[in-house]
Design a protein around this ligand. Sequence first.
Ligand code: 6PG
Length: 475
Amino acid sequence: ELADIGVFGLAVMGANLARNAARKGFGVAVFNRNGARTDELISEHGSEGRFTPSKDIAAFVASIKRPRPIIIMVKAGQPVDDVIEELIPYLEEGDIIIDGGNSLFTDTNRRFHYLTGKKLRFIGMGVSGGEEGALEGPSMMPGGTLEAYQRIEPIVTKMAAQVDGEPCCVYIGTEGSGHYVKMVHNGIEYADMQLIAEAYDLFKTVYGLSAPEIADIFADWKTGDLDSYLIEITAAVLRKTDSTGKPLVDSIVDEAEQKGTGRWTAQSALDLGVPLTSITEAVFARALSGRRAHRIEAEKLLPHPEFPKRKPTAADIEAVKDALYASKIVAYAQGFEQMTAAAKEFGWELKLGEVSTIWRGGCIIRAAFLNRIREAYESGVAAPNLILQDYFRDAIVKAEPSWRKVVSLAIEAGVPVPAFTSSLAYYDGLRRARGPANLLQGLRDYFGAHTYARLDKPGKFHTRWSQDGSEVQTS
Ligand code: 6PG
C-alpha cells in the first residue's frame, strides 16, 4: 500500500513529524541521506505506525500516493534547494513539496514560482513547537496555493496541536506567506524571551533574588494573564540544579545565539517601515550578549551606579509583572501590525484572527493571551493597532504606572531593560497626536530642501532658509 505522505530528512524535527503522522494513522514514507538515521528511526519507532523506509530517492518517491505530498525537513538555505533539485527528476505533475523548516520567506517565494513553472506545487510551511511539538502536535503555518493545501489538509490538521477542538493549522495564503507568519512568530518569541530575561535580571540584580526564588515568581505568574509556555519553562529552567547542586542557570554562558528568524523579522520591518521596536531590541540584545569579551573588558573600565540590593515587596514583584505584560502587549501589537503591512505589500490575504487562533497551541509562544488577540480580530472592529482594542487598552492603561516605575528603577540601578524601555517609548510615542517630527521636517527642509506639510493648509512647502527666508509652495 502506498504511503499517504513522505518525509525527507530525519534529523530530530523530521523524524518526530514522521512519527507524529504515523501515530495519527497515516502511512509515512521516510528517507534520509544517511541511511543509518532511517534504520534507527524504524528500529526505535517502527512499531508506532505504518512506515515505508527507502534508501534511494526513486524508491522513496515511488512509495507515496499521487499527487505526492513530501515534507522536507532540512537546514534552511542551500540544503532546501539541493533537496528540491534531487527530488524533481522523480516527481510528476501536481506533486507537492512541503518545506517545513525555518526558510526565509523570499526564498520560499522564489521556490514557489520555480516549482509552479515546472507544474509542481510548493508549500512553505512554518512549523513551531520544537522537538516535542513536532511529535505531539505542533502549530503549522502552511503557505502556497489553496488547492495544494487542500490536498494535505486532512493530514496536517490531524498532525497539528488541537485547542478546544480546533487544529492549530490553517491555510495562511500564497507564496511565502506561511514562512513569513512563522518568521514573525519567531520574532515575537525573541521579544517574549527578552522580556522574561529582563524581569529575571531585575529580580537577580536589583533585588538580589536567587534562581529558585525567581522560579517561584514565574511559577506564580503562570496562573494569571501571563499564562504561557515560555513563562512555564522559565520556572523550570530557573529551578534546575546541575551535578554540583547549584542552579544550572548560574553556570550557563550569557551569550545568546540566533539562527536568523528574529533578525529577518527586524529586517523586514525596516523594509516595510513598521516600528517593530520591541522585537528589534530583542535581536540587538542578543547581539550585545554575544560581545562577551567586550563586556568583560568594559566592566573593568566603566563605573557602575551604586545601588543597594533589597528584597522585593509583593508590590515590587507585581510591578515587574505589569511591566512585562504591558511590554508584551506592545511586542505583539507591533508583530501583528507588521503582518498587516506585509499582507498589503505582498498582496497576501492574511487572516490575523486565524493566525492568533493557531498560535494558541503547539507553538513556542502559545499563551492564554492569544485568545484575547483572537477575540480582538473576531469582534469585527479590529482597531488599527491592537493596543487600542478595548481589552488591551484597559490592560496597558492599568499597567502603565508600574511599567514607568520599573523602567525608572532599572535605569537608576544601571540594569539594562531594552525591551521594557523601548516598548514604553513606543507606547509614549503612539499615545501622542503630536510628536517632535515637525522639527525633523524643518531640518530636512533646511539642509536638503526636502519640503514639509503644514497643519494649517494643504500642499507641500519649502522655506528659502539661506536666501530671503520666504516660504514657497511646491505642490
Ligand atoms: C519554534 C522555534 C524554532 C527554533 C527557533 C530558534 O517555533 O519551534 O522558534 O523554530 O527553536 O528557530 O531560533 P533561534 O535559534 O534563532 O533562537
